[in-house]
Design a protein around this ligand. Sequence first.
Ligand code: GAL
Length: 688
Amino acid sequence: MADKYPPISGKCPHFLHGGDYNPDQWIETPEIWDEDMRLMRLSGCNAMSIGIFSWSNLEPEEGRFEFGWLDTIMDKLAQNGGYTVLATPSGARPAWLSAKYPEVLCVGPNRVRNLHGQRHNHCFTSPVYREKTAAINRRLAERYKDHPALIVWHISNEYGGECHCPLCQEAFREWLKRKYNNDLDKLNHAWWTGFWSHRFTDWPQIESPAPHGESSLHGLNLDWKRFVTYQTIDFYKNEIAPLRELTPGIPVTTNFMGTYTGLDYWKFAEELDVVSWDNYPGWHTDAETTGELASKIAFIHDLNRSLKHGKPFMLMESTPSLVNWQPVNKLKRPGMHMLSSLQAVAHGSDTVQYFQWRKSRGSSEKLHGAVVDHCGHENTRVFRDVTEVGAVLKKLDCVLGTTVKPDIAVIYDWENRWAIDDAQALRRDKKDYQKTCENHYRAFWKSGIPVDIINMDCDFTGYKLLIAPMLYMVRPGVAERIEAFVKRGGVFVTTYFSGYADENDLCFLGGFPGPLRKVTGIWAEEIDSLYDQDSNALVLAPDIRTSLRGEYALHTFCELIHAETAEILAAYKNDFYAGSPALTVNSFGLGKAYYIAARTENRFLEDFYQSLITELSLLRALDCTLPESVTAQLRTDGERKYIFLMNFSEEAKMVDLKSKVFKDIVTGELLQQQITLRPYDVRVLEEP
Ligand code: GAL
């Protein structure tokens, strides 16, 4: 039976296409607003994010509100068949607010309070800021609750940062008291404060981490990050309370920033109706190939889809042409705008939105890419590119609400990342947790195999293959769930630097990988770090039952492990640990657990996973071998399959569709046998 998610808003059962629109920057020239409406219709844009930084135009003086301009814009949008993603304005404050209530300003880790300025510069604890943001949000909801243009609430903008003011210190201590049941002994144990005589004897002695104060208690660092996530979400909940009360049917989101390390998005996503994120890859860089970058972006798109367990997300911001904050701001080459926009759709986005609709005339973003340039008309390359995306999205209604249920999940866990980043160990410049996860992911991206990116608390049942690179932290219950997964026939893959510490970053006693020792069947005794010029290799045992053969280069980390119940598949070639195990597999119940003890060249990961892809018959978008830098991604309602075939390279590529016939949804063409993709080409195919 067909199984789709409902559209983000029932008012608009189509892809949302549009972006951040700042009509209040043009209040003195309202004729521009009419021109904006004409251009929006022309470009096939139907959703504008408004009011993100409009507070000083909505409440120019304390308690004096001016909604006239916003009424006009909302009405104009509705009259022109458009919709509003309406923002709450807390991302930037009016100057009068900071001047009258300095407590709203953020205090840095050095305990210095910021001056008014910039944006995103506020305290999430301040009762005044909470009161003022809730009050203006209530006014917005009261005024527009029945407006036909309102479809989504965009809460604040890119929540981030942390405040260390006295109010936040107090809130942190209260949070700790709740967490540790008012028991300082429990906290002292969790933070291992016997170290360097750091034992606390009274709650007020506890301070947030500071460069000129405490930074070496890893338990404290971890709890502070958890608190920052908690407090930011708590602030957000305060923002949405009036919206939930007055507009219960309007979905709420806030724009995430990929793998921003300051907030645990797994916790935040629970509180959103729909996930959205801002995507600004530096296409055409000389640092990596387009294919390599595309695979990293695909990883984050998949993460955003996984944050709500497969529910389509929103691409809230992307640039139609270039950004203005990279060291080298390259223009998107012809074809890249369509390709990068449909890449988001391929991985589960139901929107393509931009920053920004019209270039602002002054200030720091005046030269950032926009749909409408300072020339003010539609006869530009960028406007034509955007219009083309608008036209294609109109043909993709059938894809809306579809998703994918991959056979594979890669664990990328924020708390694990925090703990790894904090660890004073290994090669400190090359810990690279995210990059390692991306490298494991890339093997599947290249083969057109869908993947979920989950955290360690997610449900593992339903997957055939679970990959947990560098699972340093293992929270309570996780190892047991991994064991159950493998026992039932799942395949688990983990690597060096796994099973070292518990949820408080306290090392497991009795041998690593701690609670993963039984399922992996190995004991990890030591870990060696390599200089760039050091070399080692993994040598496959001659008589093993995998398709892997020969040698693979190793770099950066080699862990010295002992096979206990596991079978040795490969050994180290060099150094005093030559001949000891580098790759093992442990049969456990009906499944298996692999342990990759060293950081390998990517060719190893590709070959290793290729053999698992075949062995486990993993779900794939297209049943064929894809050329380098070409991927295929799948969206389905359970019956109909939509395949996004994308060429992330500067050369034409040929894909062999074998004997199957496909329909190109955009052009209507029937395709079979060999299809040639132009550089940066993207085709949306339907399996008949
Ligand atoms: C985003 C931000 C936008 C705009 C954009 C520029 O991070 O949310 O407001 O500044 O960057 O690329």
